[in-house]
Write a protein that binds this ligand. Structure first.
Ligand code: FAD
Ligand code: NAD
Length: 465
């Protein structure tokens, strides 16, 4: 029984669970991680971030190839790949990630128990393993069970042509036309992937603007580029019913419209994986989206039970989940966490073109009556972008016209999610060190995409009078 007692038990081996496990182990704690999937890595590695980013990478290489005069000379038709083909490439990345992550647990002496965890009481976890159950105990518990696609009850997800963002990874036919219902981040990313594979894509948005949390100009640019690549976007539409047919799906809308396609990807929201945890055994209750409430130390209302990652809701990102796990581990060991998740969480959206932003949008600054100015650099005017045939995109810096403090950074185009971090490093500086003038005072390698910061800063400073 002694061996079954740990300092901490973690449920879930996604970025939240892993971040916590590594930090707890480095801090000398005896840790067990319970994972119901056969491999570690979480939804992030197996069904979410990693496969979707690997698929997207293959598609953008295909687009680059077909658009490069150097490669297409002599070819009379564009190269084409099927979803099935690029899935194989994605699977190999998932395998590499899984092996690497399994190694982290091994090297750090973290016990990984494969089975489904249920809470018995505030110190005891029952693990349903193949052929029986195991019971383990700990002083502290950390819940990092992640989330899954939200599935409305009136849609038959067992129909072979109806997919969500998990099951789309089992798609074996190549749809000529796919309807993507839900134009959140997942819907927009998959619209780019399928369009890049030359499928006809209809993207259904229940709202009137794509990704309305983005700066309007960037969201407009995304709409423009998705549309010009051939994606049909329908705004302000809500489904009334989904009817599965022999080789396709018909979606009827409340507006009276009807659409038919070979497949439907329903990507409209996520639900926290709390339904099988038996939260009632410890007196916890999830909200209607299966999410738990925590305080600034990631502690739930039960003192020794913590929670991180998608199960606590916003920002529901792998990037943040890892940091939350690390911070929660400090709180578990020290009783409180000194470190905090940064206030301005960056977003990286892997559509084609890619989008990334941090800080305030123009609409937020206008609403708050903050006197800001804009500095812009269009990629088409950068030598590096011209060399790379990557002229679509821009970097937009929003800064305070009096203090020159950077307030927001918005970027779209090739490598936007990498480019963003240069500006973020300056924007995160305290006091006067956060200034757009940094980009004018420093010297950038030439030619680089980073040079966009100098171009944008000069553009913005020249607007001041
Ligand atoms: C299609 C898609 C693309 C995404 N792209 C990005 C991106 O580009 N960038 C980004 O930052 N984020 C992205 N995300 C979000 C990101 O994947 C999640 O925010 C992240 O995985 C959350 O980490 P987590 O540790 O909370 O949970 P998860 O990664 O979901 O891991 C939870 C783990 O807990 C296990 N588990 C659940 N219940 C139990 C139980 N009772 N017993 C045992 N084990 C259990 C699950 O099997 C799972 O392995 C994407 C998500 C999706 C769906
Ligand atoms: N590149 C990235 O950072 C990236 C990529 C993909 C996904 N993600 C993460 O995945 C999630 C995206 O999910 P999404 O694109 O499906 O859409 P979303 O979170 O934008 O939600 C779409 C709609 O569904 C509703 N909704 C959400 N959860 C619901 C629930 N449980 N029940 C009923 N309605 C619900 C929302 O209010 C919204 O109107 C986000 O949390 C995002 O952070 C991130």
């Amino acid at each position: 029984m002694e061996n079954n007692h740990y300092d901490a038990i973690i449920i879930g081996s996604g970025p939240g669970g892993e971040g916590a496990a590594m930090n707890l182990s480095k801090r000398g704690q005896r840790v067990a991680v319970v994972e119901r999937h056969q491999d570690v890595g979480g939804g992030c590695t197996h069904w979410g971030t990693i496969p979707s980013k690997a698929l997207r990478h293959s598609v953008s290489r295909l687009i680059d190839f077909n658009n490069s005069p150097l490669f297409v000379e002599g070819f009379h038709k564009p190269r084409a790949w099927t979803f099935d083909q690029i899935l194989k490439q994605a699977a190999s990345v998932v395998t590499k990630q899984t092996r690497m992550r399994a190694g982290f647990y091994n090297r750090n002496d973290v016990d990984v128990i494969h089975g489904c965890a249920e809470l018995v009481d505030r110190n005891t976890v029952k693990v349903v393993v193949e052929g029986g159950t195991e019971t383990i105990t700990a002083d502290k518990l950390l819940l990092a069970p992640g989330s899954r696609p939200y599935r409305p009850a009136d849609i038959d997800f067992s129909h072979p042509r109806v997919y969500d963002s998990d099951t789309i990874l089992n798609l074996t036919h190549h749809p000529r036309h796919i309807i993507i219902y839900g134009a959140g981040v997942i819907g927009c990313e998959y619209a780019s992937i399928f369009r890049g594979l030359d499928c006809k894509v209809t993207l259904i948005d229940s709202r009137e603007r794509l990704l309305s949390f983005l700066d309007v100009e960037i969201s407009d640019a995304l709409s423009y580029h998705l549309r010009s690549s051939g994606v049909m976007i329908r705004h302000n539409e809500t489904y009334a019913s989904v009817v599965g047919e022999d080789h396709g799906v018909v979606v009827n809308f409340e507006s009276g419209k009807r659409l038919k396609a070979d497949a439907l990807l329903f990507a409209n929201g996520r639900t926290g994986n709390t339904d099988t945890l038996k939260l009632d055994k410890v007196g916890l209750k999830a909200n209607h989206r299966g999410q738990l409430e925590v305080n600034e130390h990631y502690q739930t209302s039960v003192e020794n039970i913590y929670a991180v990652g998608d199960v606590i809701g916003y920002p529901s990102l792998a990037s943040a989940a890892y940091d939350q796990g690390r911070i929660a581990a400090d709180a578990i060991v020290d009783g409180k966490a000194e470190a905090k998740l940064i206030g301005n969480i960056p977003t990286g959206i892997y559509t084609i073109p890619e989008i990334s932003s941090v800080g305030k949008t123009e609409q937020e600054l206008t609403a708050a009556k903050i006197p800001y100015e804009i500095g812009q650099a269009h990629f088409s005017s950068l030598a590096r972008a011209q060399i790379a045939n990557a002229g679509v995109g821009c970097l937009k810096l929003l800064f305070h016209r009096e203090t020159k403090q950077i307030l927001g950074i918005h970027c779209f185009g090739v490598n936007a999610s990498e480019i963003l971090h240069i500006g973020q490093a300056i924007m995160e500086q305290e006091g006067d060190a956060n200034t757009i003038e940094y980009f004018v005072r420093t010297t950038f390698n030439y030619p680089t995409m980073a040079e966009a910061y100098r171009v944008a800063a000069l553009n913005g400073l020249n607007r001041l009078f």
